[in-house]
Design a protein around this ligand. Structure first.
Ligand SMILES: O=C(O)CCC(=O)C(=O)O
Ligand SMILES: [Fe+2]
Length: 279
């Protein structure tokens, strides 16, 4: 029987007592509604093959292969492998793989004209300590902005690229490193909940459009300070067999990146989009 526990008042819910391979549409509808309310949904205790993970993920939207070609699953390009090939041929820890997602709070896919609706991970190997994924609410970030700042950013757009201002593109093939920036409003209304969120990613933003460079840098610094609000975070401690999906339209996340490097931490990952018409 499906049991759902909310983990914090604003972010995170854990569902147990179901098998995602066999659940009916009514159970999925409950999961989907919970996910929209809580931004992050964990389904615990699953045992999935590649195709089963894809089939469950497709219930949330369109799956798109991630631009990091070097980390795609060899048998299935739509699935990204996290934590695989962590040590190079010389035995050195590859920090781009070990620290993937850990360099700062972010939202996935802001560099695309149609950014990711969701990202979903399935935990295959979990270290004995550390390695959490941290989540925070973009709704709470927007709500916390002073009225004058809300007004100042209303109508402004951020320009985003994969490596941001630091140009950190180690996981991309050379031919994929020079794409045009994608533009997104700093205040985004969620297509399904209708709530306003501070859509922002300091690691991928190049500039705020229509501002002088120093004004843009100052605004980026100011908005960064509002991203994480007290009481609007959830830290997920992984168990093997967890499926975790987060809503990139209304949450920030980061990997803690602090687990013992000699231990395995391996996930399958999919990027999920909504059809362009939904924007
Ligand atoms: O490995 C994690 O905990 C999350 C990494 C991340 O940022 C992502 O998969 O988008
Ligand atoms: Fe991420």
């Amino acid at each position: 029987m499906l049991e759902i526990r909310r983990m914090t008042p604003q972010v995170g819910a854990i569902a147990e007592g179901i098998d995602v391979r066999t659940m009916d549409d009514a159970t999925f509808a409950t999961l989907y509604r919970t996910w929209l309310e809580c931004n992050v949904l964990v389904v615990r205790g699953q045992q999935l093959e590649l195709g089963e993970f894809l089939a469950y993920s497709r219930r949330f939207g369109l799956i798109e292969a991630h631009p990091s070609k070097s980390t795609r699953h060899p048998d299935c390009p739509e699935i990204t492998l996290l934590g695989v090939n962590k040590f190079g041929a010389d035995g050195k820890l590859d920090m781009a793989i070990y620290k993937r997602g850990a360099s700062g709070w972010h939202t996935d896919g802001a560099y695309d004209a149609v950014p990711f609706k969701a990202t979903q991970l399935y935990g295959l190997a979990i270290p004995s300590r550390g390695g959490n994924t941290l989540f925070a609410s973009m709704y709470a970030a927007y709500d916390a902005l002073p009225e004058n700042l809300k007004q100042r950013i209303d109508g402004l757009q951020g320009a985003y690229i994969y490596g941001g201002r630091r140009k950190s593109t180690a996981l991309l093939n050379p031919e994929d490193r020079d794409k045009k920036p994608a533009l997104h409003p700093l205040v985004r209304t969620h297509a399904e909940t209708g709530r306003k969120a501070l859509y922002f990613d300091p690691g991928k933003i190049l500039r705020v459009e229509d501002l002088e460079p120093d004004e843009s840098d100052a605004l980026i610094g100011e908005l960064t300070g509002y991203m994480i609000q007290p009481g609007a975070e959830y830290h997920h401690q992984w168990q093997k067999g967890d499926i975790v999906i987060w809503d990139n339209r209304c949450s920030y996340h980061k990997a803690a990146g602090d687990y013992p490097p000699e231990e395995d931490r391996i996930h399958w990952r999919v990027s999920i989009k909504e059809p362009a018409a939904a924007h």
